[in-house]
Design a protein. Sequence first.
Length: 203
Amino acid sequence: MGETRTTSTKAVEKRTTPNNSDDSLRGVVEELDALRVIVEGTAHSTGEEFLQTLVRHLAQAVGAHYAFVAEFASPETRTRARTIAFWSRDGIAENFEWMLAGTPCEDVVHGKLCHHPSGVRQNFPEDRLLVKLGIESYLGVPLCDPEGKVLGHLAVFDDRSMPEEPRKLLIFRIFAARAAAELARLHLEWELRASEERLRDLI
């Protein structure tokens, strides 16, 4: 049988309380830094500029090389997506479209948070971008309007593993909330503009 060891409660508290306090304090600081970055980085911008700033700061905040905000390629289909803002390592990259089938994004746009800490390109061999970039990990979340309708998704991915860390996940959700609000505002703006154009055509 293994040796049984007894430790007093005071000894445990003495050993764990300082570390727990330090971890909690560090976590609060990280969350406040994330909020500060969002406010400072996006306070004076809207639309595409806002989302480009957001993905840049998101990649920095969670330590990922890639981040994007994407929407459905057209209102008629939910099988194809396109990026609105794409951060690639050192700068904003050109936007692109892709088929959702066979990608981790497919689960996300169906309303699920999707996290692959490692092995994502092996799990989704048909995703050419993941394979081309040698992507190892992926984290994505749907972006919804106030009624809960999925408008698009936010994702970060990396060529390194991405272990589950509650603090980073919370930071990611903070950015996602801001991205969802801006995407919903943009969609409302586009719908109003389309309605005005239809009204002018009738007149």
